[in-house]
Design a protein around this ligand. Sequence first.
Ligand code: UDP
Ligand code: MG
Length: 316
Amino acid sequence: MNKPDISVVCPCHNEQDVIPRFFAEIEKIFFDLPYSYEIIFINDGSTDTTLDEINSLSKIHKQVRVINLSRNFGKEAALTAGLDLAKGEAIIPIDADLQDPPELIRDFIREWQKGFDVVVAKRVDRSTDTFSKRVTANLFYRFHNSIAHPEIPDNVGDFRLISRRVVTAIQLLPENQRFMKGIFSWVGFKTSVVEYTRQPRAAGETSFNGWRLWNFALEGITSFSTAPLRIWLYLGVIVSLIAFVYGSAIIIRTMWHGVDLPGYASILSAVLFFGGIQLIGLGVMGEYIGRIYMETKGRPVYIVESDSDAEQNDTP
Ligand code: UDP
Ligand code: MG
């Protein structure tokens, strides 16, 4: 097969109910566009019939390619697999659940044709997300951007168009723990923004609950900032200074007024307070050391169990 112009890359984890609709929508978009395309579905260890759904699509439609990962590796890994295997001149990562409106693909391509290497989709209206998700997402972006470099634009997800040379740049980043939002902004390139309203999920359920989102946020912050490590130096200096001043005050007071022995409560609270602070510091260090440990193993980001393209090439 010749190289397609556009690769649509769709990581899927338990998306059986939306796959046919998703495919129909994408097909509709490309029907009147003068570009050849492929849709790469990456089955990320689904436990439902997602794999059957996408396999049956790929049997009928030659532009559908199925990458089946050997287990659930997480969305970031599935997306990385998709980027590695896509052949198009422009690549569009998109969620299967139709929360990323496929109509935007037209705008993406238009901007790409103007010469932008990256076209991102910015959510202007998140009212379909729950209140708590909006608040926590907002807090995350603020905190992340105040300590990490480069900034990640807020309300921009993975849904975007990236040109072939951006993909090549992304592949230069060898890290194992891949926070794609950060990686996308780290590589840079000329970027255009298209705005849209986030839709509710077409069917199925989100794979990201509160705990997984929390870990995702930690991943983002630790991947792109060492500020949480450095803060302990300054905190230590401040606490030592306070201790020094307080100690001096006690010495002077004792010289003036003689010895008195109050202070069981204040000593205990100080001990507990500093014990707590030290444990937090250790915890932060542990977080980074754990990541160093995982990186040094140098394990692959994902394992492909089967690839419909490779199978086609195998058959004579
Ligand atoms: N996804 C994946 N692997 C996972 C979790 C999710 O490939 O372990 C896919 C999922 O099928 C969907 C996309 O990532 O296409 C976004 O997931 P979801 O809709 O659950 O996230 P949300 O939109 O709620 O942030
Ligand atoms: Mg979703």
